[in-house]
Design a binder for this molecule. Structure first.
Ligand code: D41
Length: 679
C-alpha cells in the first residue's frame, strides 16, 4: 500500500542507500574497480526499489533506480547551447603537428608551454548540465549551436552520475565529453541483433549514435554506453572552497573528484616530439584499447595560454586532432577466389581494385564464409566498403547498393574444392565448408608444408611459400618428411634455382633438424594446436612419446587444453599415416634437447607480476607475453604497486613514467631477450 507520510527513519535509510549505490556504481562503471559482488549490489538496489514502491515520493530524478528509461518521446526538443560546442581542426601528418606547435609558440610568444594529449574517442560529443549537483539536461552537439535534448536517454548511462559527488562543485556546471560504446559491448549487442534477425551495426560509433537517439529510453537503457569527459561549458558560482583549476589536466582531475569519468590514457607532454611518440604508442595499442579511437587530440594545458591563443571561426587554435589514417575506403570487388587452408577450410577471398586504406594498399580482403557473404549480400562487380583496422586482416564491410551493376547476381560458394575437385562439406554446423580431399589435395599438402617450414615452426630459412609450391607442383615432395630427402641435384632442376641457392637451402634444411620439442609439435600442424598449446604440451610431458600415449581425457589436465583440442591431439596420433611421417622425420635426424621439468614455483619468474609496454622490434607482444607466462610470470595490463617489473619497448609512455615513480624494476627489450635466452 503506497503511503504519503515518510518516516524520518525511512528517509534516512533511502539517503544511505542512494549514497551506497552511487558509491558502488562509481567504483564499477567509472573506476572499473568494483568492491562488492554484483549480487550484493542487486540486493541494495532491490531494497531501494521496495521503499520507493511503498513511498512513491521517494522516487527522485537522481535516484539510482531511475536509470531504466521511462515514457517514450514523440520527438527530441532542440536545445540552444548557451556556450557553443566548438569543433576541432584536423591534422593528418607529423609535419602538421610540428606546425601546430610552432604556431602556438608564436601566438604565445614563448616556447614554454605544456600540452595534454588524449585519445580521440570515436563516439558523439555531448554536453551535460548539472545544477546544484543534479543532472538536469543532456544535449547532443548538433551543429555546435543547437543540439537535441537527450536527457532521458543519458540518465540511463551508468557511468554518468545523476548527482555529482561531494559538495564543493559549482552551482551550474556544464561538462562536455564523448559518449561511446565500448568494443566488448558493441560485439555483444551485434551478436544479439543478428540472433534476433535484426541488422547489426556497422561500427561502435553508429551503434552509440543509434542508441542515444532512441525516442524510447528503455532501449537506450539496454545498450552498453559509456562516457569520458574532456572539457567544460558554462560554469556559474564555483564553490568558495574549491575554485576551478587553471589547467586543463587539473580540471580533468577535478571532474573526477565530482564522480565524472575521464579517459585513463590522458597524458601531459611538453614538446611536439613527445606528441608524436604518444601518437605512435597509442596507435600500436589501438587494437587492445577497450574502445574505438580515431586519433589523438593535443591541447594547450594552461587556460590562460588557451585564451591567449584564441579561436579561428568555430575551432580553438590551442587544440588539434591528429587523426589516424582512414580505416575504411570504397573500391571495386573484381572477383571472389576460394583459398584452401591447411586443414581444408575453404575461404572466399575478395580480389579488389587496389585501394589505399588504413595506411597500406589493399588488394585482397577476406569474406570469411558463405553465411557472411549472404548476410552482407556482397556480389562480384559491387562497389564495396573495405575496412582495415590496425594490423587486422582487411575486410569487406558492405556493398554500396546504389552502385550495384544490373547484372550482379548473388554469390554461391562452389560445392567442390577448386584445387583438387573433392566435395566441399560443412560439418557440425561449422561456418566454413571444407575440402574433403585431405592430403590428397595438393593445396592442403602445400599449406601443411609451408606451416612446417615457417619461422615459428621448424624455421627453415629460405623455404618460403613460393618454393614449397614449386616443390609440390614438381612432385619433388609430397609431405613434410620428403623435405629431408631432397638433394641439390633435384633442387637445381627447379626454375630460378641456382647452385648456390640450392646449396643454401639444403644447409638450411639440415640446420632445421635441430629444434625444440615445442616447435616440432607445433610444426606437425595438429588442428588448433598453436604455439602456446604446443609449448604447454612439451613442458607438461617432456617427451613426444609421452604425448603420443596420452588419452584425450588425460590431455585435458594440461593447462589451457580443452576437450576439443585434446580430442584433436588424440585423433592426430591415432592416425597411422601421421605416425609414419613422424617416424620418417625422426629417422632423418630431427632432434631436440631433453626437457628438464620444473615445478611451478621453480620457474625463473614464478610469482612475479610483469607489465609490457611500448613497441618491441625483435618479437611480437603476444609471443613475449606467452614466453613470460611460460617462465612463471603473471602478465598484467597496468602498472600498480603490485607490479614487480616493467618491460619497456620503444616509445613507452605513461606506464614507463608510472613505473619510474613507483620505483619498479625496468627492463628494455634487449634485457628481455637476454632473460629469455638464459631461462
Ligand atoms: O575524444 C574526443 N572525441 C574529443 C573531442 C576530445 N578528446 N577532446 C575534444 N575537445 C574539444 C575541444 C577542444 C573543442 C573542447 C573533442 C572535441 N572538442 C570535439 N568533439 C566533437 C567536436 C569537437
Amino acid at each position: 500500500m503506497p503511503s504519503s507520510i515518510i518516516p524520518d527513519k525511512v528517509q534516512a535509510q533511502v539517503n544511505a542507500l542512494h549514497k551506497e549505490l552511487n558509491y558502488h556504481a562509481h567504483r564499477y562503471y567509472v573506476l572499473d574497480d568494483p568492491e562488492i559482488p554484483d549480487s550484493d549490489y542487486d540486493k541494495l538496489f532491490q531494497q531501494l526499489e521496495a521503499l520507493e514502491k511503498q513511498y512513491p515520493q521517494l522516487q527522485t530524478l537522481d535516484s539510482p533506480t531511475q536509470r531504466v528509461g521511462g515514457q517514450a518521446l514523440e520527438s527530441f526538443s532542440q536545445i540552444h547551447h548557451q556556450m557553443p560546442m566548438l569543433s576541432l581542426s584536423n591534422a593528418f601528418s607529423s609535419e602538421e603537428i610540428k606546425d601546430f606547435a610552432q604556431r602556438i609558440s608564436e601566438l604565445l610568444d614563448q616556447d614554454n608551454f605544456s600540452l595534454v594529449a588524449e585519445p580521440k574517442l570515436d563516439g558523439l560529443a555531448i554536453s551535460l548540465r548539472y545544477e546544484k549537483g543534479l543532472l538536469v539536461q543532456a544535449a547532443t552537439r548538433g551543429d555546435g549551436q543547437t543540439g537535441e535534448d537527450v536527457t532521458q536517454n543519458v540518465r540511463t548511462i551508468q557511468s554518468i552520475p545523476l548527482h555529482l559527488s561531494g559538495s564543493e562543485y559549482p552551482e551550474v556546471l556544464e561538462v562536455r565529453g564523448e559518449i561511446f560504446m565500448p568494443k566488448a559491448g558493441f560485439n555483444t549487442l551485434n551478436e544479439k541483433q543478428i540472433a534476433q534477425g535484426e541488422k547489426p551495426f556497422a561500427n561502435p560509433r553508429n551503434a552509440a549514435a543509434g542508441s542515444l537517439r532512441q525516442l524510447d529510453s528503455k532501449i537506450t537503457a539496454a545498450r552498453p554506453l559509456d562516457m569520458f569527459c574532456y572539457s567544460l561549458g558554462v560554469v556559474e558560482q564555483v564553490h568558495p572552497n574549491n575554485p576551478l583549476e587553471k589547467h586543463h589536466s587539473r580540471i580533468l582531475k577535478q571532474l573526477q573528484t565530482w564522480g565524472l569519468a575521464v579517459c585513463p590514457e590522458v597524458d601531459c607532454l611538453s614538446t611536439w616530439q613527445e606528441c608524436l611518440a604518444y601518437y605512435d604508442d597509442i596507435l600500436t595499442r589501438r587494437a587492445q584499447l577497450p574502445y574505438e579511437i580515431d586519433g589523438v587530440v593535443y591541447k594547450v594545458d594552461s587556460l590562460e595560454q588557451q585564451q591567449k591563443a584564441g579561436f579561428i571561426s568555430r575551432a580553438p587554435r590551442w587544440a588539434i586532432a591528429h587523426k589516424f589514417p582512414a580505416e575504411e575506403a570504397m573500391t571495386k570487388l573484381l572477383a571472389i577466389d576460394i583459398q584452401v587452408g591447411r586443414t581444408g577450410a575453404l575461404t572466399p577471398v575478395a580480389r579488389l581494385e587496389p585501394i589505399f586504406v588504413g595506411g597500406v594498399t589493399v588488394t585482397n580482403a577476406t569474406l570469411h564464409n558463405q553465411d557472411e557473404i549472404t548476410r552482407k549480400d556482397v556480389r562480384i562487380g559491387d562497389t564495396v566498403i573495405v575496412r582495415r583496422a590496425g594490423d587486422v586482416i582487411p575486410e569487406v564491410v558492405k556493398p554500396v547498393l546504389s552502385k550495384r551493376p544490373d547484372n550482379a547476381s548473388a554469390y554461391i560458394m562452389p560445392d567442390r574444392c577448386p584445387v583438387c575437385g573433392s566435395h566441399a562439406q560443412r560439418i557440425n554446423e561449422e561456418a566454413k565448408s571444407r575440402c574433403t580431399g585431405g592430403l590428397f589435395c595438393p593445396a592442403q599438402r602445400k599449406e601443411a608444408i609451408k606451416h612446417f617450414a615457417s619461422r615459428k615452426a621448424m624455421d627453415i630459412d629460405g623455404l618460403g611459400d613460393k618454393l614449397v609450391e614449386q616443390l609440390v607442383d614438381a612432385k619433388l615432395i609430397h609431405n613434410i618428411a620428403d623435405l629431408f630427402q631432397l638433394s641439390e641435384v633435384q633442387l637445381v632442376s627447379l626454375e630460378r634455382m641456382g647452385d648456390k641457392s640450392a646449396n643454401n637451402l639444403i644447409q638450411a634444411i639440415e640446420q632445421g633438424k635441430k629444434t625444440t620439442l615445442a616447435r616440432f609439435i607445433y610444426a606437425l600442424g595438429i588442428r588448433e594446436v598453436g604455439e602456446t598449446t604446443a609449448r604447454s604440451l612439451a613442458n607438461y610431458y617432456g617427451t613426444l612419446e609421452a604425448i603420443k600415449q596420452t588419452s584425450a581425457e588425460q590431455l585435458e589436465e594440461v593447462p589451457d587444453i580443452g576437450p576439443i583440442v585434446a580430442r584433436n591431439i588424440e585423433l592426430f596420433f591415432c592416425e597411422d599415416h601421421n605416425n609414419e611421417i613422424i617416424n620418417k622425420l625422426l629417422a632423418s635426424g630431427i632432434h631436440w634437447p631433453e626437457i628438464i621439468k620444473k615445478e611451478a614455483h621453480e620457474l625463473p619468474l614464478a610469482g612475479k607480476t610483469i607489465v609490457l609496454t611500448g613497441s618491441l622490434s625483435q618479437m611480437n607482444r603476444n609471443d613475449a607475453k606467452a614466453r613470460l607466462i611460460e617462465l612463471g610470470a603473471k602478465v598484467s595490463g597496468s602498472v600498480s604497486k603490485k607490479t614487480d617489473m616493467l618491460i619497456a619497448g620503444e616509445k613507452a609512455g605513461s606506464k614507463l613514467e608510472k613505473a619510474q615513480q613507483l620505483n619498479i624494476e625496468i627492463l628494455n627489450e634487449a634485457d628481455m631477450m637476454a632473460l629469455f635466452a638464459n631461462s
